[in-house]
Design a protein around this ligand. Structure first.
Ligand SMILES: [Zn+2]
Ligand SMILES: [Zn+2]
Length: 281
């Protein structure tokens, strides 16, 4: 997995997920950080219409038209259906960018919608799930899913030669089953996510704006301890990435990281320090 993340609560949040060329959210500064890599982006998935998640769209849309790169590559921007702020932006771009050289498509999504990323033997798609954030502003989270095949439970203990023989007899479909693996989950801004929505994911990006419950004035965001709890309940297998931290906590994060280490969790935890560009190999 390779991703680049920038996130500072109130200011800007974006994550470039390289394997599927997806930009999750589009806060300010994304184009000046990614430079010519903006041409690699195929899809943008917006979690909601707050400024810190969409303020980089003007730069991204224009730079794809003007910088050195392939000006004909289309760009698809997905957003929660009914988002007032995104709808206003779409009107703005329609009036001010009549001469775009590439196809720019705006695609409204609802909870449960799927978007194909890759066809073929192991198809991949995005599934949109519901999140709870701000009243009047619809918000979505997204899972990157891959359809795989595995042996059915009753065949898993058979010796390898017997399995090979069954496959030679043309019984591949009888002895195996399809399943869906969630590879990467992005929750956007939200109170604690429903563990069921991201169950079994390999990597979960969960927001945590606050370290302490008493700092939270309105119930719109999660705390770091809630994010850990969601990851544990969801059975995250590889890594929890905590983003959207408030810059007021910058000095306390190494202490928090030590505390988390002592919890001996079955997955890695990465805290995205506010204002730092984080590259994940
Ligand atoms: Zn927000
Ligand atoms: Zn935000």
């Amino acid at each position: 997995m390779k991703a680049i993340i920038y996130s500072k609560a109130l200011y800007s949040t974006w994550i470039y997920y390289a394997p599927d060329r997806i930009l999750f959210d589009c806060g300010e500064g994304v184009s000046s950080c990614l430079e010519n890599r903006v041409f690699a982006i195929k899809h943008v998935f917006l979690s909601h219409g707050h400024a810190d998640h969409i303020s980089g769209l003007m730069g991204l849309i224009n730079i794809r038209n003007n910088a050195m790169g392939d000006h004909e590559k289309e760009l698809r921007i997905h957003y929660p259906a009914g988002s007032h702020f995104v709808s206003e932006l779409i009107h703005y771009f329609a009036r001010t960018n009549r001469n775009l050289e590439y196809d720019l498509e705006w695609i409204p999504l609802q909870v449960g919608d799927q978007v194909t990323l890759l066809a073929g033997r192991m198809p991949r798609y995005i599934e949109a799930f519901g999140t709870i954030h701000a009243r009047g502003e619809p918000s979505l989270g997204y899972n990157v899913c891959e359809v795989r095949r595995r042996l059915r439970a009753e065949f898993r203990d058979l010796p390898q030669e017997e399995i090979v023989a069954l496959v030679r007899e043309g019984k591949r479909d009888e002895i195996s089953e399809e399943y869906t693996q969630r590879l990467f989950s992005y929750g956007g801004d939200s109170v604690p996510l429903s563990p069921a929505a991201v169950r079994g994911t390999e990597v979960l990006c969960h927001e945590a704006t606050f370290l302490a419950e008493e700092d939270r004035k309105e119930y719109k965001h999660a705390t770091i301890w809630e994010a850990l709890d969601v990851a544990r309940k969801a059975g995250v297998t590889k890594e929890l990435i905590v983003f959207h931290l408030s810059s007021r906590y910058r000095g306390e994060l190494s202490e928090v990281a030590r505390e988390i280490e002592k919890m001996d969790l079955p997955f890695q935890v990465r805290l995205v320090s506010p204002g730092e560009l984080v590259e994940i190999e």
